[in-house]
Design a protein around this ligand. Structure first.
Ligand code: THU
Length: 152
């Protein structure tokens, strides 16, 4: 995937840089003894609050959760539903980690215009909007479309 640097949502480079730093801080909390793959995420809410999350793995492997979903669930449960940006951090040199498909769908639930910041361990980053990251996400507009009749 080709990512480009853009400055949608009028976020300054300083604000984005701080969010990237928060994602790297969150990464330090990662519980990833099985994959040894630390991930951190930091959300900038509409009220300019930063909410962090990390991946949390489990000995029952499939129960682990990604950093992005962890951050989103924390934000939602703290009453924040509108996001300006979400930054992601991992340890892989040269990789602007992009969220997995499951996380993209969860992220899509909360809007298409917010900025996704894909950072590297050296704190450089690329940005992409949520709509660019998941162009055909499923949402409530699909649930409410006219349906064929059925019986069961
Ligand atoms: N992981 C994330 O937290 N976010 C991603 O975007 C990709 C993968 C986690 C899940 C698991 O704990 C570890 O990274 C290895 O897959």
């Amino acid at each position: 995937m080709e990512h480009k640097n853009n400055d949608c949502n009028n976020l300054t480079p300083e604000v984005i840089k701080k969010l990237v730093e928060s994602a790297h801080e969150a990464k330090k909390m990662s519980h990833s003894p099985y994959s040894k793959f630390r991930v951190g995420a930091a959300i900038l809410t509409e009220e300019d609050k930063v909410i962090k999350g990390c991946n949390v793995e489990n000995a029952s492997y499939t129960l682990g959760v990604c950093a992005e979903r962890c951050a989103i669930f924390k934000a939602i449960s703290d009453g924040h539903k509108k996001f300006k940006a979400l930054a992601i951090a991992c340890d892989v040199i040269g990789l602007n980690l992009a969220p997995c498909g499951a996380c993209r769908q969860i992220m899509h639930e909360f809007g298409g215009d917010y900025l996704i910041v894909l950072s590297q361990p050296d704190f450089t980053y690329k940005t992409i909007t949520m709509n660019e990251l998941l162009p055909f996400g499923f949402d409530d507009s699909d649930l409410n479309r006219e349906k064929i009749n059925y019986t069961n």
